[in-house]
Design a protein around this ligand. Structure first.
Ligand SMILES: Cc1cc2nc3c(=O)[nH]c(=O)nc-3n(C[C@H](O)[C@H](O)[C@H](O)COP(=O)(O)OP(=O)(O)OC[C@H]3O[C@@H](n4cnc5c(N)ncnc54)[C@H](O)[C@@H]3O)c2cc1C
Length: 379
């Protein structure tokens, strides 16, 4: 068959590869001038540092199949994400752990003592937290909530944590040990030559044609048997019910001699500081040496027309709109919706790749059984 994949990020690259290996012809288009979607990396001309152009991306997963799959397309170097936080003029360790608690309260608590202390600080009068703020107050109490969660969350989402659902903060966001590894996954790493090389290697197959600087156009449809759509779900339906809400990011890039902050990522928790974090990209590649450094100051704001959609908001209003689009999508013919934009969900790279593999397998199974290709293949 002849397939069109809209978007050259991980979703469509993996689907294209799996279908191409089964003998199908696949054209992958992207409106951007590069592959790899939001995971795109490229070397900064001035410093030669590998920069994560659309924000810091750390690969982490418990999914062995996905980890092994990626190893076929590029070399991963060991990397452990250790984030620092600036709050009230001090630097702390994140996620909030025993070191953070001891430093914040000026104590030398053991894990048991810290647990008892945090329970004492937490607001036990809240039995059924409805909002992010209530959930945080119930888990960690006022002090830690205000120092590490309140301002950062308000800046990130553009609304007060009193307006966000409690479900955003699912688990106790505190560790009672000195583990400051941000991700608790079995596999974590950074591609030696960046993510774009990996995506290019995935796309490098005789049955795949890649066309960059090519926005989707309906006139393309007549040439293909089926479309995989990793562009925004509502865009396929011409935004007929209105636009799904996103947060966008602005990156203020700057260079410096030597080191700027001594760590890959530092979060700024105070609401008075307009940015959410600063990323120093060379710290993602400890195996490289650079005399200069390049950093991104990251600002979060509401996504307007012409902005890049980053984080789906998924508050009540968007959920209602999403249901309308999902109803249409479930009846759509000739198209499957994939990836973070195509399904309007925040997806880490490993989940994206796992779902893309599942989608491709689902399609191949349906074809083998003379079944129609479905609009969605994720659970
Ligand atoms: C700021 C940020 C940080 C992140 N950090 C991490 C992290 O640390 N670890 C992690 O695992 N994941 C992270 N992610 C998630 C990661 O970016 C996604 O998992 C991944 O990008 C999803 O791939 P995708 O192919 O679904 O979408 P995308 O990478 O967004 O690709 C979609 C592509 O479709 C193209 N497109 C859109 N519309 C059209 C059109 N009309 N015509 C042609 N092309 C079109 C776009 O140009 C884009 O290239 C982060 C995400 C963000 C926003």
């Amino acid at each position: 068959m002849k397939f069109l994949c809209v978007g050259a990020g991980f979703s469509c690259a993996v689907i294209a590869r799996e279908l191409a290996q089964s003998g199908h012809k696949v054209t992958v288009i992207d409106q951007r001038s590069h592959t790899a979607g939001n995971c795109h990396t490229e070397r900064d001309k001035e410093t030669n540092v590998m920069v994560h152009i659309y924000g810091p991306h750390i690969f982490h997963t418990n999914n062995e199949t996905v980890w092994n799959y990626l190893q076929k397309f590029g070399e991963f170097m060991p990397y452990t994400n250790r984030v620092k936080a600036v709050s009230g003029g001090q630097v702390y360790s994140l996620p909030v752990n025993l070191h953070t608690i001891n430093q914040f309260y000026g104590k030398t608590f053991s894990p048991k003592e810290a647990k008892a202390w945090i329970t004492e600080q937490s607001d036990q009068s809240i039995t059924e937290p409805q909002t992010f703020e209530e959930q945080a107050m119930k888990f960690v109490g006022k002090d830690l909530y205000q120092a590490f969660f309140k301002g950062y969350t308000a800046k990130q989402w553009g609304v007060s944590p009193t307006k966000l659902p409690a479900s955003i903060l699912k688990r106790l966001p505190v560790r009672f040990n000195y583990d400051d590894n941000y991700f608790a996954h079995k596999y974590q790493g950074m591609p030696k030559n960046g993510y774009t090389e990996i995506v290019d290697n995935i796309l490098n197959h005789e049955n795949i044609t890649v066309q960059l600087n090519t926005p989707f156009d309906e006139t393309m449809l007549s040439e293909y048997d089926h479309v995989f759509w990793s562009a925004p779900l509502d865009a396929w339906f011409k935004h007929q019910f209105g636009k799904l809400g996103y947060r966008t990011l602005d990156f203020e890039a700057f260079t410096d001699e030597g080191d700027f902050q001594g760590n890959a990522v530092i979060n700024y928790c105070d609401e008075a500081v307009p940015y959410t974090r600063i990323t120093e990209h060379k710290y993602f590649a400890s195996w490289e040496q650079h005399e200069k450094t390049v950093c991104y100051k990251e600002f979060s704001r509401s996504c307007e027309d012409g902005d890049i959609p980053y984080y789906p908001i998924r508050l009540a209003e968007d959920q209602a709109l999403l249901s309308q689009y999902e109803n249409l999508a479930n009846q759509a013919k000739g198209v499957s919706f994939v990836g973070r934009l195509g399904t309007y969900r925040y997806l880490d790279m490993d989940v994206t790749i796992a779902e893309a593999l599942k989608t491709a397998q689902g399609v191949l199974d349906d074809l083998a059984n003379n079944q129609a290709i479905q609009p969605f293949y994720f659970a």
